[in-house]
Design a protein around this ligand. Sequence first.
Ligand code: SF4
Ligand code: SF4
Length: 371
Amino acid sequence: MHGTRILEEADRLMTVCNSCRYCEGLCAVFPAMEMRRAFSDGDLNYLANLCHGCGACYTDCQFSPPHQFNVNVPKTLAVARAESYAAYAWPRAFAGAFARNGLIISLIAALSMAVFILGFAAFNDRQILLGVQTGPGAFYKLMPHNSMATLFGAAFLYAMVALVMGVRAFWRDIGEPVGSRTDARSLWQAMRDAGELHYLDGGGVGCVNEDERPNDRRKIFHHLTFYGFALCFAATCIATLYHYLLAREAPYAWWDLPVVLGTLGGFGLLVGPAGLLTEKWKRDPALVDKQSFGMDVAFLAMLFLTGLTGMALLLWRETPAMGPLLALHLGVVFALFITMPYGKFVHGIYRFAALVRYARERRMTGHWAAE
Ligand code: SF4
Ligand code: SF4
């Protein structure tokens, strides 16, 4: 007996697949499945988070609908994956609300924070909002650096604590003791698999779309999104070091490292999420988990808005639009931080943890030593 209906269905499918094994070369899910004869809830959540949703095993399957076995692994694992995000979220109550109204909650949080920052600036000096601010420290005329750092530091810290609690629950549930050290080779293998999106290629041919012609567009847009986010994060970290170690205040010149990294990252966050949203509309409806559609769209929309407001701020930072644009950009980033633990962002973290476990068990059972 399993905890939910979808885990019952996942168990049924994995039992069918374990007898068939036709898809074992497509991704990590099938080799991981073959190492088991029975599936606990944690095993099924592990397999669900190993799946990258490429759709190849649906197109290739001789038992997919209308066959009476009704085998649809990508959709079943997508639903199980989305339910696992809610099950491991901390505090769990927030996850349900976000799953139902993710985009609305994110937009309300972003606009509330933008209005708060604008109100803060107007309360201190209305002229700041209307005038042109340039040179080092221009951003902090809107809100002092220490107030900004406290506000965003608290939101970031909250997101980190909630994410750690979530991944801790996931790690324990999939059968790994909390606090156990993983070996460096498995960690490196998982980093490579995640960095290359090794399993988002349908066994080498690409992701399946509505017309059943595989291509690599989802993988490319995913890369742009991931590396765009990573570059923006690196730009923020370097700007923080500039501020505290070199006493250099933002905004920085076009050629300065935080701006160069932020611009490249902003480009990735514009093109990647827009491309993934477009690809989402084109997917075969048989593969899509409609329940998590809103959550996926909310995450991609917030990443796109982060890129859009950041690039707009860069372009118009020396005009009177700087104040409203900075408030809007900070509002979007704040909303992104506080909704991270309850939305699609967690898929990257749980998938990485699942890849670490996969690398470990392949090594421990001698599969990769022999390959
Ligand atoms: S998805 Fe279908 S073809 Fe692939 S292993 Fe399962 S039952 Fe076999
Ligand atoms: S959808 Fe792709 S990644 Fe997921 S189980 Fe099927 S082949 Fe593997």
